[in-house]
Design a protein around this ligand. Structure first.
Ligand code: NAP
Length: 551
């Protein structure tokens, strides 16, 4: 009977593993590759994939490969990936099979040999040789490699996806099936989860690319055999791959299990968000069985609606809520309205929400935590509590999504707001839409602003934002002077001290950083999902927010 390699992953505890792929270019790279593998294991990887595409083409490659197998610090997969499936091996197929055979029959065989389903199907001779490598040795030495039969598609979901999976299942030499393709949207991950749920043998099923991250993180929830990770961001071996550190420290990979609830940030682009760090650390601190992901959804109502409905309705995903950011805040209100859910007063009145909650009963609701967060941070910065904003004269720059939340919050608190915006139509629309709820008027372009007419100012444009089109600019000139008691807030939070805040600070004016509003809105979301407050000071420390920057 075929006994597995004692260094095989199947001798581990059956949990999803983190496997780090390491490319080995030449025999000279072997010591470095082994050192990198040892570092990866120290960081939490439990399997190494030796990517031998290049070294296998070297005339002195085989001894180097055998040395890698001997010295591998963890159970390993040996892969010589063909060009047609994303590798670099363009040698002769017979040579490749001879190398696989030599590895499979080596003194220290790899736990797994990887071969593409397409190659397996192409040649009877090849099948025979690979079988020899995995079976024959087992009879002689009671030890063998096992076969991962793989299929990759970098162009998107293969049309014959299900047929490919069926072939792997029917292939009796296949110990583990591996199916990997580039996700076209987050919806493709859901099909991967269905394949894992219905698997008839161990499976690696992952989506590549920006939209596939969810499948990499959630492998343990759906019983995936492993997920691939990079040892550092420069050495990823497939698009969208995370590092071992990100998987374990940001997404708490080791604590994800079938019951884990799924949350995330929906928007586009979202790569820069601090949300995953905050919420996942918060879940850990209050012992909430949840994971918060990045869920990119491209602009447009149709893509938002299709993605969210499929996430909500997936029977095994346990999707329990999300943060929603640009450009989908208005779409969230529209969706919850269409689904007959509950919309909080602020979201309803400004037609934009940033939080979706899905309760165990299936009831869905959306809320806008930006509104209260903006008022609370602005009031604290001006040394008042929110009830003391009544009658305060505040200028708001910008008339986009964030401006609506800020203006609505301020006028509900009794402040008198005048809006300055580059585009007249949008400024006028803001006045029209919100004037029923308090005192707000559109005042014109930025040049119409006179600081002496106000006691405070909030910037709601992206001016001064790192990586934005106008990162060095401020909505006010450096020569602007401010009257006594003035407060300046910027909603931009990267950098924390924006050009606008630097101008104000240089004159001793109290300033409020956008990160404070960000923290407060995130804390409210956290409480809505978990029913618990984020532990005192946790989000502060993760964002490194100063306790108070009021004068
Ligand atoms: P948005 O809906 O696109 O609105 C952008 C606003 O800025 C519009 O009024 C636009 O004017 C104006 N604007 C854009 N570029 C400008 C320029 N070059 N010169 C003058 N005005 C310009 O964006 P949003 O969702 O409201 O986000 C705005 C900013 O808020 C973001 O950049 C982000 O930094 C910040 N933000 C902060 C938080 C937080 O929690 N602190 C949360 C979300 C966003 P027009 O009407 O003329 O186009």
């Amino acid at each position: 009977m075929n006994r597995t390699n004692p260094r095989s992953a199947s001798t581990l505890d059956g949990m999803s593993l983190i496997c780090v792929s390491i490319f080995v270019d030449s025999p000279d790279d072997v010591p470095t590759a082994i050192a990198r593998a040892s570092d990866a294991v120290a960081e939490g990887a439990r399997m190494i994939e030796w990517r031998l595409d290049a070294v296998a083409e070297d005339p002195d490659g085989l001894p180097a490969i055998l040395e890698l197998l001997r010295s591998s610090p963890a159970p390993c997969i040996a892969t010589i990936r063909a060009e047609a499936e994303g590798g670099t091996w363009d040698g002769n197929e017979q040579d490749r099979i001879s190398l696989l055979e030599a590895m499979g029959t080596a003194a220290d065989p790899p736990a797994y040999l990887d071969l593409e389903q397409a190659a397996w199907a192409r040649s009877a001779n090849l099948r025979q040789k690979v079988r020899l490598a995995i079976d024959h040795e087992a009879q002689i030495r009671d030890i063998s490699s096992r076969l991962i039969v793989s299929s990759h598609d970098f162009g998107g979901r293969p049309a014959n996806l299900l047929a490919r999976v069926a072939e792997m299942i029917e292939n009796d030499a296949c110990a583990v099936g591996k199916i990997v393709f580039t996700a076209r949207s987050v919806r493709d991950n859901l099909e991967i989860f269905d394949l894992l749920t219905e698997r008839q043998k161990p499976m690696i099923a992952l989506c590549m690319g920006e939209f596939g991250e969810m499948s990499r993180v959630l492998a343990p929830k759906f019983g995936g055999f492993l997920t691939f990770a990079a040892s550092d961001a420069r050495t990823t071996t497939a698009p969208g791959q995370l590092t071992t550190r990100e998987l374990r420290e940001v997404f708490r990979f080791d604590s994800i299990k079938p019951s884990t609830r799924v949350y995330g940030l929906v928007g586009h682009p979202i790569g820069h968000s601090r949300g995953p760090v905050l919420h996942n650390r918060g879940f850990e601190a209050v012992d909430h069985d949840g994971v918060y992901l990045r869920i990119p959804v491209t602009p447009g109502w149709e893509s938002f609606k299709a993605s969210l409905i499929q996430l909500i309705e997936h029977p095994k995903l346990d999707f329990s809520g999300c943060s929603v950011t640009h450009p989908h805040k208005e779409n969230l209100v529209r969706l919850v309205r269409e689904l007959g859910g509950e919309i909080d007063e602020a979201s309803d009145r400004i037609s934009a929400a940033n939080t979706l909650v899905i309760e165990d009963s299936g009831r869905i609701r959306c809320l806008n935590t930006d509104v209260a967060a903006a008022v609370q941070s602005f009031a604290a910065g001006s040394g008042r509590d929110a009830t003391a904003l009544r009658g305060m004269r505040v200028a708001v720059f910008g008339a986009g999504g964030v401006a609506r939340a800020v203006v609505y919050g301020l006028i509900r608190a009794g402040a008198e707001v005048r809006v300055f915006n580059r585009t007249r139509d949008r400024g006028e629309a803001m006045q029209r839409d919100l004037e029923a709820w308090g005192r707000v008027t559109f005042a014109g372009g930025f040049q119409a602003f006179e600081s002496r007419d106000f006691e405070g100012l909030v910037n709601c444009t992206p001016l001064g934002m790192q990586g934005g089109p106008v990162s060095e600019e401020s909505c006010l000139g450096e020569a602007t002077t401010f009257p006594e008691g003035f407060v300046v807030m910027d909603t931009v939070y990267a950098p924390r001290r924006t050009p606008l805040l630097r101008i104000a600070e240089a004159q001793g004016v109290p300033v409020v950083e956008g990160i404070e509003m960000f923290r407060l809105q995130a804390e409210r979301q956290f409480a809505a999902w978990t029913g618990s407050s984020a532990p005192h000071g946790l989000f502060d420390s993760l964002l490194d927010v100063p306790k108070s920057n009021s004068a």
